[in-house]
Design a protein around this ligand. Structure first.
Ligand code: DON
Length: 312
C-alpha cells in the first residue's frame, strides 16, 4: 500500500474518534482499583505520532489517565538496560494464555513468570530494578525516563499518588503473587518494597499524546530525536513481546484483529507500535473480559484497516 498522507491520516483519526465517541457498547470500567472506577466510560482519546514527527490527535487525547500495565513496557526497558539478558533467568518470554493476575502457572514453573507483562513478571522486573536502586530512586528514574521518552520538558507526566495508594490498600492478589515468588527465591527484596515500586509505576498518569510520544523509541528502532535509547535489536524484541504477550489471554485476538505490537492497561489505555511508521496511543476506560480496552481495541482495528499498517 502507498504511504498514507498526513491529511488522510488526520481524517482517519477524526473519523475513528467520532465513531468511538458515538459507540453505545463501551465495556466496563475497572472497579478493583477504586479511583479507576470513577473515570467516565464516555472518554475516548487517540494520538498517532508518525516517524516524520507529524502528530495527529482527536477526542480526549490531552487528558491524563492511569497507564497501569502499559508502564510494564518502560520498566522492562529499564531492567534490560540494567541487567541485560540475565533478566531472562528470572522471567520468561512466552505468552501465558491466562489472566494478567493469575498465579496458577507459578506453582508448576518454580515461581518464574511466563513473561514480563503479566503482573507476576512485572513484579519480578521491579525486584530486578530494586537490585540497583532504592525504591524512591527507582520510581524517580522511571518518571525521568518516561518524561525523556515523551519529550516532556514541562514535566507534566507524573505519578497519581491516589491511585498508587489505593493499590497499596487493595492489591491483595499482587501481594499473593509476590510472596509466592519470594518463597521460590525469585523475589529478593522485601515484598512491600517491591510492590510499592510496582504500584507507583502502574500509577503513572499520561495523556494519549504523551504516551504515543513515549512509544517513539519502539517505532524508531530504539532511537528518539537522533539519540539511541536502546539498540534496534532490543526494540525489536520488546515489540515481539508486546505482540505475543501484551494483551495477556487476549493477545492472540489482538494480533488477529490489529496485527501490531500493543500493550494494554486496566485504565483503558493501549500503546501500539507500527514499526518504522507510527507510535499510537488510544484511551477508552471501558474494558473487555480480559481487562483490555474494548473501544481502544476497536479503534486500533479501524486504524489498521484504513491504513494497512498491520505487520502481516
Ligand atoms: O496490578 C494490577 O492489577 C494493575 N495495577 C495493573 C493491571 C493491568 O493494567 C492489566 N492490563 N490490562
Amino acid at each position: 500500500m502507498d504511504a498514507i498522507g498526513t491529511i488522510e491520516i488526520a481524517g482517519i483519526v477524526a473519523d475513528i474518534a467520532a465513531e468511538m465517541g458515538a459507540a453505545a457498547e463501551r465495556g466496563t470500567v475497572a472497579s478493583y482499583i477504586p479511583p479507576l472506577a470513577q473515570v467516565p466510560p464516555e472518554k475516548f482519546g487517540i494520538a498517532v505520532v508518525m516517524a516524520d514527527g507529524a502528530v495527529h490527535v482527536a477526542g480526549d487525547a490531552d487528558e491524563a489517565f492511569s497507564i497501569q500495565s502499559i508502564s510494564k513496557v518502560f520498566s522492562l526497558t529499564l531492567a534490560l538496560g540494567a541487567v541485560g539478558d540475565q533478566l531472562w533467568q528470572r522471567v520468561g518470554r512466552e505468552p501465558s494464555g491466562s489472566a494478567f493476575n493469575s498465579i496458577v502457572q507459578l506453582e508448576s514453573e518454580q515461581g518464574i513468570p511466563r513473561n514480563p507483562f503479566i503482573n507476576a513478571g512485572a513484579i519480578v522486573v521491579c525486584d530486578v530494578l530494586l537490585g540497583r536502586s532504592a525504591p524512591a530512586e527507582a520510581i524517580a528514574q522511571m518518571v525521568r525516563f518516561v518524561r525523556t521518552l515523551a519529550g516532556d520538558e514541562a514535566g507534566s507526566i507524573g505519578i497519581d499518588e491516589a491511585v498508587a495508594s489505593a493499590e497499596q490498600d487493595t492489591g491483595f492478589r499482587n501481594m499473593a503473587l509476590a510472596n509466592y515468588m519470594r518463597a521460590f527465591g525469585n523475589i529478593r527484596a522485601p515484598v512491600e518494597r517491591v510492590l510499592g515500586v510496582y504500584f507507583h509505576f502502574c500509577a503513572l498518569a499520561m495523556s494519549c499524546r504523551e504516551l504515543a510520544m513515549a512509544g517513539r523509541y519502539l517505532m524508531n528502532g530504539g532511537r528518539v530525536g537522533g539519540h539511541s535509547v536502546i539498540t534496534a535489536n532490543r526494540a525489536r524484541r520488546i515489540n515481539a513481546l508486546m505482540m505475543s504477550c501484551g494483551h495477556y489471554d487476549n493477545s492472540g485476538d489482538f494480533a488477529f484483529r490489529v496485527g501490531l505490537p500493543g500493550k494494554s492497561g486496566v485504565g483503558g489505555g493501549i500503546l501500539c507500535v507500527a514499526p518504522g511508521i507510527a507510535s499510537i496511543a488510544v484511551w477508552s476506560p471501558g474494558l473487555n473480559a480480559s481487562g483490555n480496552s474494548q473501544l481502544g481495541t476497536l479503534a486500533l482495528e479501524r486504524l489498521v484497516q484504513r491504513t494497512g499498517w498491520s505487520v502481516f
